[in-house]
Structures are given as C-alpha cells and as structure tokens.
Design a protein. Structure first.
Length: 182
C-alpha cells in the first residue's frame, strides 16, 4: 500500500512539472558592502598609521592607504576614497646620521625647529604650486636611527595659514607614531 501512495505522489509531481516553464525570477544584485579597513592592513609604513588617530589630529577622515618600499625607505600614502587631495604621506628611512648631520643636510631652508620630537625635528609649509595647494611638512630624526617625514598635501583652495596650522597637528600625530616598527 505504501508503495502505491509513494508512486502516486511521484506521478503527481511529475505531471505538475510538465506544464509551461515558469519565467525566471529577477533578483536585484545585492548592494555593495562598505568595509572599513584599517590603514595598517596595507603593510609597510602604513602599519604605523590609524585613520581614527589621523582624523583626531588633522581633522580629516582618510579611508584608503597604500604602502611601498624602496631600499631602506618605507612609505605610506593615505587618501579619502578616490579624491587625490588631501593626501597624507609618511616616509620612514633607516639611517645612521647624527643630529648635527640631520640639521646640516636634511632640514630644509626656512624650516622651523621643533622640540620634543625625536633627536631633532623641523616643520615647514611650502606654497601652492600648480594644482597642489600648500603642503605642511614635519620631519624628524627618531631616536632609533630612523629618519621620518609626514607631509600633508592640501587642495589648491587651501589658505597658507590653514596649512601652517596643519604642521601643529602633524607634530602631535608624529609624537603618536612608533617609528621603531615601521
């Protein structure tokens, strides 16, 4: 008896499926999922940076990071999405120079001395040039034999005073970085 009931059920299912084929159901593609990825995930000098800490000091939220290495130099560039500017660049290079050589050979003309950052440090702002606005820069000779530079390139419409104020923010950010691991 069970065999007849199962056979009747299978026959009914087969007969029901023999009609006109149903149209495929159009399913919209899922919306892209935005994932907040840490700057450190890019490796290299980006391991020293955190988007939240940058935003806290510089007042601008970056969300894209890229790292590169050339010889003993490690670089990280951070940007906001597809925008070219502003852009923050961190470069860390192993070095054997001393503080006197740093001051004589590395510190740019017209740079101001910064105290409390590494063995020696400077800050400067360069003027707008071409499509690039003023650039705020802080460089220092870290105590562990590394030369580090933070550069914040601004959009063309940025005022020189705003860029100069950014050097103060970059100094605070630089003091947060542990260049021994970069």
């Amino acid at each position: 008896m069970r065999g007849r009931i199962v056979g009747a059920g299978v026959a009914a299912l087969l007969a029901a499926g023999c009609g006109a084929e149903a149209e495929p159901v159009a399913v919209p593609p899922p919306a892209p999922v935005m994932v907040d990825v840490a700057a450190a995930s890019s490796g290299g000098a980006c391991r020293l940076l955190d988007f939240g800490v940058i935003e806290q000091h510089a007042g601008f939220r970056f969300d894209v990071a890229a790292a590169s290495r050339t010889g003993d130099s490690h670089t990280c560039v951070v940007r906001a999405g597809r925008a070219a500017l502003p852009e923050l660049t961190l470069s860390v290079t192993e070095t054997s120079i001393d503080a006197a050589t740093f001051t004589a050979d590395v510190v740019p003309e017209k740079a101001a001395k910064v105290s409390g950052l590494g063995q020696q440090a400077y800050r400067r702002t360069t003027s707008a040039k071409g499509a690039l606005g003023p650039v705020a820069e802080v460089g220092w000779l870290a105590t562990e034999g590394r030369l580090a530079t933070l550069r914040y390139a601004t959009p063309r419409a940025t005022d020189n005073t705003d860029a100069e104020n950014l050097t103060t923010a970059l100094i605070a950010l630089a003091k947060q970085l542990d260049t021994r691991t970069g």
